[in-house]
Design a protein. Structure first.
Length: 455
């Protein structure tokens, strides 16, 4: 009887600790990782480092000098050596460790074994980042950071740089317009595409940037941000007037560059290699970001007259995509589908959009439209996005690299309020004044919040 009582007395607290750990892991994974997961993974990594590297084929034969020294000092068998390991650096989401590669190894060798390392060390993911020649950094992520998105404190924002989402390796995905001037964003209904656009707008609203929008759904997506917009077209007819105005603004900026740098006026725009960033700050025109929502609406035609207007608009968009970067004009093109079936000029426009973001889509061809021509292996990842994870997307660029990202939740009311607070930052662009949206002085008491993008 006394033994039974002892088991009950000991087993009760142990069961309670197990239940508490399970609850902590499910509801507060970051706290569980800091308290339990990180120490266990660190011990496992240090204790099994050599054997794991050997089983993954990441060891090499030692140099002759080292082999002779080992034989002379210990008379033991000389074994292959793994990459030299640096100190473990814990983070709030995982561990980081630098490896000095052995002669003959390359970062791709370590990246190919990332899945094996993940299982061997009991972490959620292992990601390899080259630091410098001969040195790579392993980023070990202890839990699924995309389950509940928490953006890092130091996200790396700045002028024309907007942190919009979290990568699966727990780093921020930053939309950098100077590095990738134009981008295509695809996603089905309720996939989180609008949430991605909200973060872009709120991030740019506080910067000295002009925002122009084309929203052929009567402005239901972009109208709440009207106080911060310099121009807004809510149907195809208005878009047909706005696009030539932007093209003319682009040509005027090229004339400004010519005048400043002594380039002959007869020089074609395509041969001008400089840009507005080479101008003095006092003379530099403000950057313009054109946001196009549901771009397919610009391609749809019903009559012969509509077809002519469509061809003109597509031509203007292609010109902006080809030549706008040097003039400080950037494109953010969004839609549910985008491909050759839209009509003349669609694939040519897509080729100019070097950044790609693909949320959940309804079919595989849609994912191929977004990623198939730049990162074919990312198509399968985009096709596996579950409907219950809105905001999850696969991002790629023309370098062939890709990763999964997820945008944090941002309500429409908060985004609209931010744009209203920054309305005084709307730059003075005379060419866009006719397209400045009217701002209502009466705001609704509340806005219906859509389903959170990280629910």
């Amino acid at each position: 009887m006394s033994e039974l009582m002892t088991l009950v007395e000991v087993g009760g607290p142990v069961a309670g600790l197990g239940a508490g750990a399970a609850y902590l892991r499910a509801r507060h994974p970051a706290a569980y990782w800091s308290a339990v997961g990180m120490p266990a993974s660190a011990v496992r990594l240090v204790g099994s480092y050599g054997s794991v590297m050997d089983s993954c084929g990441l060891t090499v034969q030692p140099s002759r000098l080292r082999a002779l020294a080992v034989r002379a000092a210990t008379r033991r068998e000389v074994r292959p050596v793994p990459p030299r390991r640096g100190m473990l650096r814990p983070t709030s989401t995982g561990l980081r460790i630098r490896l000095r590669l052995a002669p003959g190894q390359e970062p791709a060798d370590v990246a190919a074994s990332a899945e094996r390392l993940r299982h061997a060390w009991g972490v959620h993911g292992v990601y390899v980042q080259p630091v410098k020649p001969g040195v790579v950094e392993l980023r070990l992520v202890g839990f699924d950071v995309l389950q509940r998105v928490r953006m890092p404190r130091k996200a790396g924002g700045g002028f024309l740089r907007v942190p919009v989402a979290l990568r699966e390796d727990a780093t921020a995905f930053v939309r950098d317009y100077r590095a990738i001037p134009h981008e295509l964003v695809l996603g089905a209904t309720l996939s989180g595409k609008s949430m991605y656009l909200r973060h872009l707008i709120t991030g740019l609203a506080a910067q000295p940037v002009a925002l122009a929008g084309i929203d052929c759904k009567r402005g239901v997506e972009l109208a709440p941000f009207a106080p911060r917009l310099s121009a807004l077209a809510t149907d195809a007819g208005q878009a047909a007037e706005l696009l030539p105005t932007l093209v003319q603004e682009m040509e005027d900026r090229y004339d400004l560059i010519r005048a400043r740098q002594g380039i002959a006026p007869s020089t074609p725009d395509e041969e001008i290699t400089s840009d507005v960033w080479g101008l003095p700050e006092a003379e530099r025109p403000v950057p313009i970001v054109l946001l196009v929502d549901e771009v397919a609406e610009l391609f749809l035609v019903a009559t012969k007259k509509d077809e002519e207007r469509r061809d003109d608009m597509v031509t203007q968009l292609i010109r902006l995509a080809q030549l706008g970067r040097a003039a400080g004009i950037y494109l953010e093109v969004c839609g549910q589908r985008f491909g050759a079936e839209l009509g003349k000029g669609a694939t040519m426009l897509r080729a100019q959009l070097s950044g790609r973001v693909c949320h959940r889509v309804n079919d595989e061809p849609s994912a191929k439209m977004a990623l198939g021509d730049i990162a074919p292996e990312a198509v399968a990842a985009a096709c596996t996005i579950a409907p219950e994870r809105p905001g999850l997307a696969v991002v790629g660029d023309t370098s062939g690299g890709w990763s999964r990202i997820r945008t944090p939740y941002l309500s429409l009311a908060d985004a609209a309020a931010h744009c209203e607070r920054t309305a005084h930052l709307v730059p003075d662009l005379p060419a866009l004044k006719p397209f400045r949206p009217a701002v209502s002085t009466v705001r609704p008491a509340s806005l219906t919040k859509p389903r959170p993008a990280t629910a």
